[in-house]
Write a protein that binds this ligand. Structure first.
Ligand SMILES: NC(=O)c1ccc[n+]([C@@H]2O[C@H](COP(=O)([O-])OP(=O)(O)OC[C@H]3O[C@@H](n4cnc5c(N)ncnc54)[C@H](OP(=O)(O)O)[C@@H]3O)[C@@H](O)[C@H]2O)c1
Length: 246
C-alpha cells in the first residue's frame, strides 16, 4: 500500500508519516518543502502517481474565515482532482470537531473542505479532532492582556498530536468510512483551568479572565461547541503528561 501524506512536514503530518510506517506501509511525504504545492497544483500529479491512499493534513496559513476557506477550497479541490485522476481508493481528511455546527471563522472553512470531500467520487474518511494542546497554548499566549489572560469560557477535550496522528494513520490503512470519526483527549477541562495550569507550569501564575467574546479559531463559541459526541475515539495523553514531555 502506498499512502501519500499531504502536509507531511506539519505537526500532524510528520507524526502521521511515522505512524503509517509503523503499520509496515509505504508513506510518501508531500509538502512545499518536498516540491509539491497543493495550492498551485505544482508537482501534485507526479506525487500521487500509484497512490492508493491520500491523507490530507495540510493547514491554512490563517485562522480567518475568508483566507482559510480560500486555502482549503483550493488545496483540497486540487488534491481531490489529482486523487480521482490517479485512481486513489481512499481519501482521508483531518477536520475539527465543531465544523458541522459552528458556522463561522476557521470552522466554516473546515466545513467547506468536508463538503468537497463528501461530494467527491473518491471513497473517503473524515477524522475530526478536538483542539490540539499546542493550539490551546497558542490561544493562551494570544490572550495575554495587562489585566491577565483572556480566554473564552469553553469546555474542552484537548488532545495530543501524537494521539491524533495515531488515529489518522489507523484510519488511512483501514477501509474508507464514508463518514466521520471524532478524536478527542482523555479529559474534559475548562479553558480557564487549563490556562491556570499552564501559567503555573511556567512559574507565572496570574489572573485568568473568562471572556465570552474572546475568539478561538477565529470564532466566538458557545460553551459546549467543541465537545465531541459519545462515540469519539479517546486518546491517552493528558495535558499534564503532555506539558511534562514537551
Ligand atoms: N490545530 C488544531 O488544534 C487542530 C484541531 C483539529 C484539527 N486540526 C487540523 O489538523 C490539520 C493539520 O494541522 P497541523 O497543525 O499539523 O498543521 P501545520 O503544522 O501548520 O502543517 C501544515 C502542513 O501543510 C503544508 N502546507 C501548507 N501549505 C501548503 C501548500 N500550499 N502546498 C503543500 N503543502 C502545504 C505544510 O508544509 P510546507 O509549509 O512545507 O508546504 C505543512 O506540512 C489541519 O487541517 C487542521 O485543520 C487542527
Amino acid at each position: 500500500m502506498r499512502v501519500v501524506v499531504a502536509g507531511a512536514t506539519g505537526l500532524i503530518g510528520s507524526r502521521t508519516v511515522a505512524r503509517i510506517r509503523d503499520h509496515g506501509v509505504e508513506a510518501v511525504p508531500v509538502s512545499r518543502a518536498a516540491g509539491v504545492d497543493v495550492n498551485t497544483g505544482q508537482g501534485l500529479d507526479q506525487a500521487l502517481r500509484a497512490a492508493e491512499v491520500v491523507v490530507d493534513v495540510t493547514d491554512a496559513p490563517s485562522r480567518r474565515q475568508e483566507a482559510s476557506t480560500a486555502f482549503f477550497t483550493t488545496a483540497t479541490g486540487n488534491l481531490l482532482k489529482a486523487a480521482a485522476a490517479a485512481g486513489v481508493e481512499h481519501y482521508v481528511a483531518l477536520s475539527v470537531v465543531g465544523a458541522d455546527r459552528v458556522g463561522s471563522g476557521y470552522f466554516r472553512a473546515k466545513a467547506a473542505q468536508e463538503d468537497l470531500v463528501r461530494h467527491t467520487t473518491v471513497p473517503y474518511s473524515v477524522v475530526r479532532a478536538t483542539p490540539f494542546y499546542e493550539s490551546v497554548v497558542a490561544a493562551v499566549t494570544a490572550g495575554a492582556r495587562p489585566d491577565g489572560v483572556h480566554v473564552p469560557p469553553l469546555l474542552l477535550r484537548p488532545v495530543s498530536t501524537d494521539d491524533v496522528a495515531t488515529a489518522v494513520a489507523h484510519v488511512a490503512v483501514d477501509l474508507p468510512r464514508f463518514g466521520v470519526l471524532e478524536v478527542a483527549g482523555p479529559e474534559e477541562l475548562r479553558f480557564e483551568d487549563v490556562t491556570a495550569e499552564l501559567l503555573t507550569s511556567r512559574g507565572r501564575p496570574g489572573p485568568v479572565i473568562a471572556d465570552a467574546q474572546s475568539p478561538f479559531f477565529g470564532a466566538v463559541l458557545q460553551e459546549r461547541a467543541l465537545l465531541p459526541g459519545p462515540d469519539a475515539h479517546v486518546g491517552h495523553q493528558t495535558f499534564a503528561q503532555w506539558l511534562k514531555n514537551r
